[in-house]
Design a protein around this ligand. Sequence first.
Ligand SMILES: Nc1ncnc2c1ncn2[C@@H]1O[C@H](COP(=O)(O)OP(=O)(O)OP(=O)(O)O)[C@@H](O)[C@H]1O
Ligand SMILES: [Mg+2]
Length: 162
Amino acid sequence: MTNLLEVENLTVKFPTRNGIFEAVRRISFSLGRERLGIVGESGSGKSMTGRAILRLIKKPGILEADRIALEGENLLDFSEKQMRSVRGHRISMIMQDPKFSLNPVMRIGDQICEAYRLHARSSRAEARKKTLTMLENVLIRDPERVFNAYPMKCLVAWGSVS
Ligand SMILES: Nc1ncnc2c1ncn2[C@@H]1O[C@H](COP(=O)(O)OP(=O)(O)OP(=O)(O)O)[C@@H](O)[C@H]1O
Ligand SMILES: [Mg+2]
């Protein structure tokens, strides 16, 4: 059976004032149908590995790999348009830090709706309903209130008094 994911010699590097910094250095692994955990100290390159697989390394960062194959298809050969149909449909990444992954000036519900509508092409009303169900499914209390809240409420409140 074809492996779900194969990563061969993946490197992510960034040019810095002191030369090239290698955030991920020639890693290879394959994933059959099982689950795979990558463990490492902070800054060891776990998130960069995930971003690289999704081809989300922003310039001036450089992604190099011999192959990143999803069910036998090399993602390195995919166009940006093809990658957009992979992201969120076939591979998803849950960003760990809301400070950097959520927009502080946009309501939580609107951010979830936006992502959902990009993939599902649904109406606003349908996306709203789906978003409330998703919040409920992950045991968020009072989904209606959370839908209308801002992710950085505490930070904003703190900023306004300091
Ligand atoms: N834009 C950048 N320019 C230079 N180096 C960067 C850049 N972005 C990230 N790095 C470096 O890449 C390395 C890998 O970071 P990464 O976020 O993948 O670590 P991590 O294993 O996910 O850590 P954590 O457990 O804290 O989430 C870190 O040393 C980080 O400082
Ligand atoms: Mg990380």
